[in-house]
Design a protein around this ligand. Structure first.
Ligand code: APR
Length: 245
């Protein structure tokens, strides 16, 4: 019965799907309704800032109405109660992991309730209200360059060095609710295998990278994630009893 010193969890849009936030590549996904090149690239923002900000202001409204689901809560419980370290690397720009009570979270694609100045790079919390086209940066006072602090296609994700260190030192890597179609996140499972970790995919259906996982469970996150967390907690309790004896 393994007891893992460190568990690294990669999450994607499928984890927040049952909280009412859309996924990207499924039928009727976000990218079937919006052209990502127009709303999620630096070029799209430069060409038409209002179109881009309208997209993110609409999603900010959805995020304000969303609440953590039982999968988010199960991961927060794992961090609180599991005898090893639990670190979440999320591709999601929502704050549902925080709302569920998780603390060790790396937002590699940024956060929708923060704003970034496209001119001086200053980022700051901006959880409520709309991001206006003619907003003025509180740091450099430049007008009309405020954008959501999210990582767009063609931009470098955040904290890759820290993520690499977490992958290299984890013993269990769990991927939840992601299609495994966007790099660098899609390559993390292979890095984890090379680091000697046991790798698990929890997803509604096999992802593009499914063959790279040692173990996989299909189903809705709100069903399979709490079940898997219960399994880890049970195994840890047995392992600790053995140690005590
Ligand atoms: N429970 C578990 N998995 C689910 C659920 C659910 N209720 N609903 C959907 N899924 C799975 C889908 O089967 C799919 O494999 O979640 C995955 C969602 O895949 P994508 O829509 O591609 O989302 P994601 O993998 O997070 O996208 C990665 O791409 O567009 C960029 O920046 C964006 O962070 C995003 C990145």
């Amino acid at each position: 019965m393994p007891l893992y010193d460190k568990i690294l969890i990669l999450t994607g849009a499928g984890l927040s799907a049952e909280s009412g936030l859309g996924t990207f590549r499924e039928e009727n996904g976000i990218w079937s309704k919006y052209n990502f090149e127009e709303v999620a690239t630096p070029e799209g923002y430069a060409a038409d800032p209002k179109r881009c900000l309208d997209f993110y202001n609409m999603r900010r409204d959805l995020h304000h109405k969303a609440t953590p689901n039982t999968a988010h809560k199960a991961l927060a419980r794992l961090e609180a109660e599991y005898p090893g370290e639990v670190v979440i690397v999320t591709q999601n720009i929502d704050s549902l992991h925080e709302a569920a009570g998780s603390h060790r979270i790396i937002h590699m694609h940024g956060q929708i309730d923060r704003v970034k100045c496209n001119d001086c790079g200053t980022t700051y919390d901006y959880p409520y209200g709309t991001i206006e086209v003619n907003s003025i940066c509180p740091s450099c006072n430049v007008q009309g360059q405020q954008r959501p602090d999210v990582v767009w296609f063609g931009e470098m994700p955040y904290d890759l060095d820290e993520i690499q260190k977490e992958i290299d030192s984890c013993f269990l890597f769990i991927s939840i609710g992601t299609s495994g179609s966007v790099y660098p996140a899609a390559g993390f499972v292979n890095m984890a295998r090379k680091a000697g970790a046991h790798t698990v995919e929890l997803n509604l259906e096999p992802s593009d990278g499914a063959v790279q996982f040692h173990e996989a469970h299909q189903g809705k996150a709100t069903e399979i994630v709490p079940r898997y967390v219960d399994k880890l907690m049970h195994e840890a309790a047995i392992a600790q009893k053995k140690v005590v004896r």
